[in-house]
Design a protein around this ligand. Structure first.
Ligand SMILES: NC(=O)c1ccc[n+]([C@@H]2O[C@H](COP(=O)([O-])OP(=O)(O)OC[C@H]3O[C@@H](n4cnc5c(N)ncnc54)[C@H](OP(=O)(O)O)[C@@H]3O)[C@@H](O)[C@H]2O)c1
Length: 315
């Protein structure tokens, strides 16, 4: 089967042939991949700093959407022909930038009707991250104030949407080209992070007290973010750079993990239109190296997706 990945840890992304998966084990399904998400986290896998369960030569990719084509003997939740999506770690055979992928049937969920293949592929990692930040790390409650630094990012944007749905007041930072999108996502205030005084503005907007909770989605942005949190508040970062603790603030360093129950609930919101995710660009599998560069640069204004299967657009 065709796949895109690396022949060695740290190698350049190439397109090559890999062996087809065997028949699925008792709890597994084989998915024919239609679309696969590309994130800057795939570069962390490429360079060996995130072990997703594979050794090279390996396809990269930790999220995908596609159709179930083979079902293990003990699988009861899925059948052939089901359209699914997921973040199926640890990977069992190959990564998601491949024509077929073997997954634990308990880690993928049905794709909501009406959600495009492109959006479905780009959704699992940032959506699960957002949910785990809000419900597990920050335990955000209705009417609390949340600061989201880097709300122009895919993950930050989903955190704004989910926090607003919970009835929180969201203050966000974003650049000029993302400001409208972030406001529409539910942010009450959007501050341009190019003005270094944005943390002071957050304090002004919270009567000098600070936000109840804050999320940092900007590499190197934690130190500025913690300034905005009230004494005894909570802060989470998703960029692996937790700041030194101060003023009784509880700091959490969040790393996404698969959770099909959460993903199904998030997919329900996506299917109902309560969550939205606009894809930045779609490239063929052959252009995986470019897709990864685009994801790292963040220049497409939205998530990057690989079209692996034959369909080009639509549901
Ligand atoms: N720990 C985990 O489990 C986990 C999970 C998912 C993502 N992440 C990490 O979270 C970060 C965001 O990921 P993503 O894929 O959501 O990002 P993304 O969509 O690629 O975000 C890029 C956007 O971030 C905004 N941005 C860039 N520099 C900024 C700055 N200095 N201040 C504020 N905003 C800035 C820009 O938007 P505007 O300028 O237009 O506002 C840019 O378009 C990455 O570092 C990623 O690795 C971690």
């Amino acid at each position: 089967m065709r796949a895109a990945g690396v022949r060695e840890i740290g190698g350049l992304v190439e397109v090559f042939d890999l062996p087809e998966p065997d028949d699925p084990g008792p709890g597994e399904v084989v998915i024919e991949v239609e679309t696969a998400g590309v994130g800057n986290w795939d570069n962390i896998v490429r360079t060996g700093a995130w072990n997703v369960g594979l050794t090279p030569p390996m396809a990269l990719g930790v999220e995908a959407a596609g159709t179930v084509v083979a079902v293990g003997s003990q699988v009861t939740n899925l059948q052939r022909g089901d359209e699914v999506l997921g973040h199926p770690l640890p990977l069992r055979h190959q990564g998601c930038w491949a024509e077929r992928v073997v997954v634990d049937a308990g880690l993928v969920v049905l794709k909501p009707a009406g959600v495009s293949w492109e959006t479905a592929a780009a959704f699992p990692v940032p959506a699960l991250t957002a949910e785990q930040v809000l419900s597990e790390s920050l335990k955000l409650a209705e009417n609390e104030t949340l600061l989201v630094h880097g709300a122009g990012s895919t993950t930050g944007g989903l955190i704004v949407q989910l926090a607003a749905l919970r009835g929180a007041r969201v203050i966000a930072t974003a650049g000029p080209s993302s400001a409208n999108r972030v406001a529409q996502a539910g942010a009450a205030e959007v501050l341009d992070y190019h003005d270094d005084r944005w943390p002071e503005r957050v304090r002004e907007l919270t009567s000098g007290i600070g936000a109840d909770a804050a999320l940092n989605a900007v590499p190197g942005g934690s130190t500025a973010t913690i300034v905005t949190v009230r004494e005894g508040g909570r802060m989470a970062t998703i960029t692996g750079d937790p700041p030194a603790a101060e003023r009784d603030i509880r700091v959490t360093n969040v790393y996404v993990r698969p959770d099909a129950t959460q993903l199904a609930q998030l997919c329900a919101l996506l299917g109902e239109g309560q969550l939205t995710l606009a894809v930045g660009s779609v490239l063929p599998l052959a252009d995986a190296a470019t897709a990864l560069e685009d994801a790292i640069s963040g220049a497409k204004g939205g998530p990057v997706v690989l079209q692996v299967g034959p369909r080009l657009t639509g549901n």
